[in-house]
Design a protein around this ligand. Sequence first.
Ligand SMILES: [Fe+2]
Ligand SMILES: [Fe+2]
Length: 259
Amino acid sequence: MTTQLYAKNGHECLMFHDLVEEGHEVVQSNQFIICHDEHMAVIDPGGVITYNTIFMRRMKHFPQSKVEYIMASHADPDVVASLNKWLVQTSCRLVIPALWSRFVPHFCTQSIEDRLIAVPDRGGLLPLGSSWIIVLPAHFLHSEGNFQFYDPVSRILFSGDLGASLVSNRQAGRPVSNFDEHVPRMIGFHRRYMSSRKVCQYWAHMVRELDIDMIVPQHGSFFVGKPMVNRLIDWIERQDCGLDLLTQAHYSLPRTKLL
Ligand SMILES: [Fe+2]
Ligand SMILES: [Fe+2]
């Protein structure tokens, strides 16, 4: 199913949330398209499982458009393992943290040097036709080189793994209706995958300067409306996670057989 997050005056944002078949040992993930007039960016397109369906749906929804960018928040397989297919079948350029730019060629069958936009740590503004996408630093949330993408037209923040929840495909296509009930679906993921409270606080201070109507993570349900957006930012800011929670006990010599 395709969820239309925003559509107005030739600017459209789509979300795909059910392209990974349930029942397999695969984490649910969301993929996104921003299309401004005929200029298209695909955000965190996923791996080989999701490629064909996204490609077909983008042809159906935006037959005139051109895929200008594949935008990867970081270099995990659920984010950008389909890269080679996009490079072969479209004339897209890859937008990725500079930190990972020399690692992703391992996904590719050809040189990508002339199609690479290696974003420096500070982020930047990326043109999309007459509009822009703001590439925001979100390092260590969770990946060491990590960006989020803010669309100033729809006022959607595509937050990558931050704000993610582990839910069914069906739930992922819905906005969060009760924040407190949603917390148990997020907390384990954040405690393990996010690096530290210090970074969460820096991120919260930065995004409070943006006018955000929606936060849409790469896994699970999304957050609509300023009260819900603010609750998520406040919650993330207070989370002890990653290094905060580690003790010597996590680094003891193992004694259990794996097989
Ligand atoms: Fe990730
Ligand atoms: Fe992810």
